[in-house]
Design a protein around this ligand. Structure first.
Ligand SMILES: C[S@@+](CC[C@H](N)C(=O)[O-])C[C@H]1O[C@@H](n2cnc3c(N)ncnc32)[C@H](O)[C@@H]1O
Length: 243
């Protein structure tokens, strides 16, 4: 059974995820910074460097799926793109993202569009590379979302996924479990005023496939190769896949 933010069984995961991110959008960046002690920026930049070392196209056309407040899209400017398109289902996350782009004078280089990863409004074989940061865990239909990204990538196109995983060694495994199950929900609730979002974070991370399991899902969704790079003792993992 899929893990959903709210207990309400009358709405699907996608609607619930959209509602939850709309509610916490005003505090999303602050909580990301606080709860990760600022390391989240390093993980995204590392994923971009990994793509950069293998991307053959100059001035690539890029897609950032589940872009939220556009942090991954902004970091992808390092790839010297022709254009970056960021898509998300949460209008409020996109609004905060657009404000950030204006402040950084990037609105003409990065376009943010309301769209669903499971039904991307782009043609086949269109993008040179795609990224998704902390998004795949929230998809209602994981395989459909990944297959859609694969469809819109050109042959040989690169895909970087950044997602939480679970450290396997003592004491990080135990510390991380305590931090994610106790500290994050407490701080998250206090700062975002949303009682469930950071409980959902713990529940969804605990049940999400990671490592070799996620790699095999990428391969069944159409990617021809996929590699797994655990970061910070396995708290998160970067996956680099190729169409
Ligand atoms: C944890 S945030 C990540 C935001 C950003 N990528 C980052 O690295 O900080 C997850 C985002 O995924 C979006 N999302 C979830 N399901 C989606 C879907 N099916 N299509 C597009 N976006 C989706 C949510 O609205 C939310 O903004």
């Amino acid at each position: 059974m899929s893990v959903t933010p709210y207990a309400d069984i009358s709405t699907g995961k996608k609607e619930q995820v959209e509602k939850m991110f709309n509610e916490i959008a005003f505090r999303y960046d602050l909580l990301n910074q606080l709860l990760s002690f600022g390391i989240h920026k390093r993980w995204r930049r590392k994923a971009i460097r990994m793509i950069n070392s293998e991307l053959i196209t100059q001035n690539p056309e890029l897609l950032d799926v589940a872009t939220g407040t556009a942090d991954f899209a902004i970091d992808a400017m390092a790839l010297n793109p022709r254009k970056i398109t960021g898509i998300d289902i949460s209008d409020d996350m996109l609004s905060f993202g657009r404000k950030k782009l204006e402040e950084k004078d990037l609105s003409r280089r990065i376009e943010l569009v309301h769209a669903d990863s499971e039904n991307l409004p782009f043609p086949d074989n269109y993008f040179d590379a795609a990224t998704v940061g902390f998004g795949v865990r929230n998809f209602e239909n994981l395989e459909k979302g990944l297959a859609e990204v694969c469809r819109t990538l050109k042959k040989g196109g690169m895909f970087a996924v950044l997602e939480f995983s679970i450290p396997e060694k003592f004491p990080m495994k135990q510390l991380y479990h305590f931090y994610l199950s106790t500290i994050c929900p407490l701080l998250g609730k206090r700062i975002s005023k949303n009682p469930i979002a950071y409980e959902y974070l713990f529940k969804s991370v605990s049940s999400f496939p990671y490592g070799e399991k996620f790699k095999s899902i990428l391969l069944t969704c159409g990617f021809t190769e996929a590699r797994v790079f655990p970061q910070t003792s396995g708290i998160v993992t970067i996956y680099i896949a190729k169409k």
